[in-house]
Design a protein around this ligand. Structure first.
Ligand code: ATP
Ligand code: MG
Length: 613
């Protein structure tokens, strides 16, 4: 390709709206342009790299026997009603109606579409296992699209869905996917951190995310330096730690009854520590949460509390319900873990009016004792319900909110003075907490999710009625898995990892062009040799960009550096019959006789490609 025949749209200025390197460089190198918030166009150079990323993903999917399909991006809303996600996906899903009032969805993901397609084809166990995938457009109405294509509204995802007769078969595909993902990221030149998490309901490691480290990452990773445990903070668990009293001793149970202490204005944990002269570890804080679409069947809860009677009068599952959550004073509640424990689509802190309505006290004075209008979940830092229904108690002689304004309770004994509806691990694990597997202290990093593999179980096959006939002619539901990679986010992450102050430094596997030929002036001998090299390398199968523009050499060098082409050949009359060969990631260039330059550059490209395999 000659620069005169393509669109070189480099910018000298730093675009004001871009704060991270990949976003800045994708704009400056002319790879993308913004059409609207979260909506980007790829220009020809950007699209070339984008296609290479897609193709690497495609090759590795094909290599493990996944089959590419192409369903429509716009799918009937009816399918989402069947799966139950029409209402639970929230505002992120773009819905619309066509001229005959049919409800339609712009796919934010495609479990429904693939389940529906497979449902229509699936008859016998002989057709399974089956893994289908697409590399296709997704739309999510992200609240805050940012960092360019890293978090856009429209983006491209590789998403695969697998269908199996047995959990063992799903395990095998899951492991194949994991291995394929590792090969993909290696070929893309990306250092990823796989973070695995035990997905409670499925058992084993049912969900793994592939993260890249990033200072502006939206995820926090919890990592063990000793045994390699790595988890997203949304799932990370830690070893139980013993809470201590003000003298640094183990807390001991008290015989004293609850005492009420007036404490106007003492609302925060810090204020409580000051007022009671006690460490936060001896407080229990209780927060009221609004819980969406919980699948817990609260009708069967023991006890005759008011909240249960209220619920029994309503629908089996309220679309929204309220929960109180008790946790040790020095810890934070992790909303993702809480939502998972409550089998809810989302949780958020209740508004003050609801806090008062459900607990009787304003925020800061809510306590676990005497809550009747709302079920209570206690974190494992407070207590743990054993299989026989009794409790292991971890905090003693505690101070809690008093259940009415400006009052706290002292000498509160969990188990004696209150019992929760349920106990679960909902604390936010932090650097410094201990690994539950080996006891070492965790450290943490910020990261971005690049890909995700997930055992879905029977969720979609059951709600959407997928069946096949097994060997005995009996109807069975297939077990499923799903596997996603963001193509745009992968591309941006490559630039995050491979750039310097002058621009992008593409790994050979995804460079828009592998070699740039820059004649100092596209004229006379320089033109002749540049053209010859261009012909020769192109014939060898190398992707070459020949800068035939009538620009100052400095401008051309700057542009090629910014665009990030891995190898540059400069043809200048001072050096002829030698040419200068320079690698983008090295400082110095070398002079090579023009007759040998083709072979030399060819082998540079080949060995760079081989290194990434
Ligand atoms: P995130 O937590 O970053 O929003 P997610 O958990 O919603 O991601 P998935 O639903 O698992 O992501 O989607 C699979 C992949 O699609 C992600 O790993 C990511 O690479 C990509 N992806 C998701 N949302 C976006 C987006 N708004 N822009 C670009 N890529 C995205
Ligand atoms: Mg998301």
């Amino acid at each position: 390709m000659k620069t005169s025949n393509t669109l070189i749209a480099t910018l000298r200025e730093l675009p004001a709206e871009a704060v991270i390197a990949s976003h800045q460089l994708m704009l400056r190198a002319g790879l993308i342009r913004k059409l609207s918030n979260g909506l980007f166009a790829y220009f020809p150079l950007g699209l070339k790299s984008f296609r290479k990323v897609e193709n690497i993903i495609r090759e590795e999917m094909d290599a493990i026997g996944a089959l590419e399909c192409r369903p429509p991006v716009i799918v009937p809303g009816e399918l989402w009603r069947e799966s139950g996600r029409w209402d639970t996906m929230g505002a992120g899903m773009l819905k619309m109606k066509n001229r005959v009032d049919q409800e339609l969805v712009v796919s934010p993901t495609a479990e429904e579409a693939f389940s529906a397609l497979v449902r229509d084809e699936l008859e016998s166990y002989k057709q399974l296992p089956l893994t289908l995938y697409q590399i296709n457009t997704k739309y999510r109405d992200e609240i805050r699209p940012r960092y360019g294509v890293m978090r856009g509204r429209e983006f491209t995802m590789k998403d695969a869905y697998s269908f199996h007769t047995t959990a063992e078969s799903l395990d095998k595909t899951y492991l194949d996917m994991e291995a394929a993902y590792k090969r993909i990221f290696k070929r893309l030149g990306l250092s990823v951190i796989p973070v695995s998490a035990d997905s409670g309901a499925m058992g084993g490691s049912g969900s793994e995310e592939f993260m890249v480290e990033s200072a502006v990452g939206d995820d926090t990773l919890i990592l063990c330096p000793q045994c390699g445990y790595a988890a997203n903070t949304e799932k990370a668990v830690c070893a139980a730690d013993e809470a201590l009293d003000k003298n640094g001793n183990k807390q001991v149970a008290t015989e004293l009854p609850i005492g009420k202490v007036p404490c106007p204005g003492v609302e925060t944990i810090a204020q409580m520590e000051e007022f009671f002269k006690m460490p936060a570890q001896q407080f229990i804080k209780v927060l009221i949460y609004k819980v969406y679409n919980s699948e817990l069947d609260l009708r069967n809860a023991p006890g005759g509390q008011a909240w249960k009677r209220e619920m029994n009068q309503g629908a089996p599952h309220y679309p929204v319900s309220f929960f109180a959550v008790a946790i040790r004073g020095d810890l934070e509640i992790n909303e993702a873990k809480l939502a998972a424990a409550l089998k809810a689509s989302e949780v958020e802190l209740a508004e003050e009016s609801d806090v008062i309505a459900y607990s009787g006290a304003p925020h800061g004075f809510v306590g676990p004792v005497g809550l009747t209008k709302v079920p209570l979940l206690a974190d494992l830092s407070v207590m743990k319900q054993k299989e026989d229904g009794s409790y292991e108690i971890y905090l003693h002689d505690t101070v809690t909110g008093g259940g009415s304004a400006d009052v706290d309770n002292i000498h509160v004994e969990p188990g004696r003075d209150f019992t929760p509806y349920m106990t679960a691990d909902v604390r936010t694990v932090l650097a410094g907490d201990k690994c539950p597997h080996c006891g070492a202290e965790f450290y943490s990093k910020k990261g971005n999710e690049l890909g995700h593999i997930f055992k879905l179980g029977y969720k979609y096959s059951k709600t959407m009625n997928l069946t096949y006939l097994d060997e005995n002619g009996k109807q069975q539901a297939p077990i499923m898995g799903c596997y996603g990679i963001g193509v745009d986010r992968a591309l941006a992450s490559i630039i995050e990892e491979h750039h310097d102050e002058n621009g992008i430094i593409w790994p050979m596997s995804v460079a828009p062009y592998q070699v740039a030929i820059v004649p100092i002036k596209y004229d006379g001998d320089m033109k002749k040799y540049a053209d010859e090299l261009y012909e020769q390398l192109t014939k060898m199968g190398i992707e070459v960009l020949l800068d035939d523009r009538n620009e100052r050499p400095g401008v051309k060098f700057k542009d090629m550096d910014l665009i990030g082409i891995p190898v540059r050949i400069v043809v200048g009359d001072k050096n002829l019959p030698n040419v200068e060969v320079k690698l983008r990631n090295e400082k110095d260039s070398q002079l090579v006789p023009v007759t040998e330059a083709g072979e030399k550059v060819f082998s540079i490209v080949q060995s760079a490609l081989a290194e990434l395999r």
